[in-house]
Design a protein around this ligand. Sequence first.
Ligand code: ADP
Ligand code: ZN
Ligand code: ZN
Length: 698
Amino acid sequence: MKCAESAVVEAPTGLVVRVAVDAPQHSGLNAPLDYASERVLASGSLVRVPLGKRELLGIVWPGDAIGEPAPALRPVTAVFDALPPLGPAWCRLLDFAAGYYQRSVGELASAVLPPQLRELSPEQLSARLRKLHKKPARAAAAEPVRPALAAEQAEAVARIQAQLAAPSPKPMLLFGVTGSGKTEVYLRAAEAALASGRQVLVLVPEINLTPQLEARFTERFAALLPEPLAIVSLHSALTPAQRLQNWLAAHLGRARLVLGTRLAVFASLPDLGLIVVDEEHDPSYKQQDGARYSARDLAVWRAHDAKVPVVLGSATPSLESWQHAESGRYERLTLTTRIGGGALPRVKLFDMKALPPSAGVTTALTAPLLAALKERLDRGEQSLVFLNRRGYAPVLHCGECQWKSDCPHCSAWRVFHKRDRTLRCHHCGFTERVPQACPNCGNHDIAPLGRGTERLEEQLAEALPGARVMRIDADSTRRKGELEAQLQAVHDGDVDILVGTQMITKGHDFRRIRFVAAVNPDGALFSSDFRAPERLFALLMQAGGRAGRDAAGESPAEMWVQTWHRDHALYQALARHDYVRFARDQLAERQSAGLPPFAHLALLRAEARTAEAAQAFLAAAAELMQDDGVLVYPPVPHAVARVADVERMQMLLEAPQRGRLQACLRAWVPALIALKRERSAEFRAVLRWAVDVDPLAI
Ligand code: ADP
Ligand code: ZN
Ligand code: ZN
């Protein structure tokens, strides 16, 4: 690796600097490490330092070094002088997040900084910076047309403006039904913050939604922000060079508006003035490996720390945020009506029990549903059919010997994909050609069981000849540009029936859809995960929200839900679009069961070659728990216990207060690191362990 020549001189009589560097957690090197430097380095400076035999990116960390200058201290190898240091607010954010989620600052920094920073030498980075300054200006843009605000929007914007001027603004929850114009509120709030010379950060849950959002923000602000790189996005689908460029633009203050997915919450924003978190309830805001942070929660912390407003927007807020609004910790802004007077779709709870035993083509495509789709088709209207399961069928089955297409490496079925005739494991990726005959008994009659989107697409096309059916899911959009093209076809009216997974239920401003059907949503009602009803309700409200967004259609918009449990409280609340009622019921249940947001949880996860080893490690960990006020549940297997031949177990911790849980984890995690190290022979089969604070999936 190429190193810079600056500051490489060994300096026994020099200074000691603290550097945050990505040391492996299990090495026990959690705090920033001391290095020698021949000159003073400002906190937040990017440097390269040796660690063991490697040379790593590091950040000079605020705070006093612990050690004395000593000949044994290794020197900083290079300094990225061309880059202004990361600010104190950014370092505080990292300190907080690392402490809260029980990771080292160095590890977290390395995970959230653009990957290219790790590869470039100081000279190469200087070159990138020069290039950034030479970016040509964009073509002059026309003054945007701003729609007149609806009364509720105007009220919400006024209250955000009041918070923008407040010395210690309160977080705000923008509770607005689908199609009520939340994005316009974000745009106006951003405009106000930009006008006062501040940077704005807008977070969205899905990469898929960034192009659409970027287009809307660019259209609105291109004239106001003509400088190159004044509006940038940050997400993992950018090329490494783009990601570095956009990150640098934000860090240098050139980017005034930063749009991104969860990782963007860590953008360096020296003039931050406003944070918006769209669809704040979305589970994608929680990182699912490494440092398992919640970008939504960190956005709230960051806004509080920077004394700037944060707007959390949703039609179905997370129960955590809703409870904060109820208790008055957050200010609630409410949009109750759809823009343009479009009504929310009428919800029809179709009772599967009422079907005569032999009716319909299949149970998922009931005859009445097909009739309803046909009616819309004849009127030239678009419909959306939603099923949260991709592939053709979730499992292949042999009627002779009862063989099923299980995955040899996971405790899961392999999904049958008819298109490319494969059996694919959605957990470990293991893929094989579909066998000609049962691999167990040779029977040629192996058949798909159940239904995924691929099969639904096929059956719809068969049952409704002439209908233009299109499927959108992770399989149909694998290649770059495919999703955009597919969405465009929907917008252009080249599609009659859109079939897909939750991918199509989120955020899209479809104007022509008047009918939405959920064919098989019951599964989540009886899940062991206490958050499953909350997720299902949000998903169905979102899906329904895609219908009737344009009031111009002559027929009423409708949502069709096929269920065996039509009297269930969740569906009854859904039928009335009554989030408030649903939230009240759920919160009452959570309170009496002692669940979040009335209790605080952490999971210790262990992955091992055998379930016994994982279990033994968790049991030993439980014995090290010092605090009687933290309840430790017995270890249980993960919902999918084995993935890629690794056994996964987890153990739940529960505490009445967040502070209590945090204090306990602070003492416990180092004890776990020591446990694994000191009894390494005993726990050899344990491959990994990690703490997940505020876990989303239990
Ligand atoms: P939400 O995010 O709440 O579902 P959107 O922000 O997508 O809703 O708004 C729905 C539609 O209404 C969009 O097409 C948007 O351009 C339009 N819209 C929003 N506010 C106004 C307004 N004040 N006047 C006219 N159209 C508006
Ligand atoms: Zn068989
Ligand atoms: Zn597998």
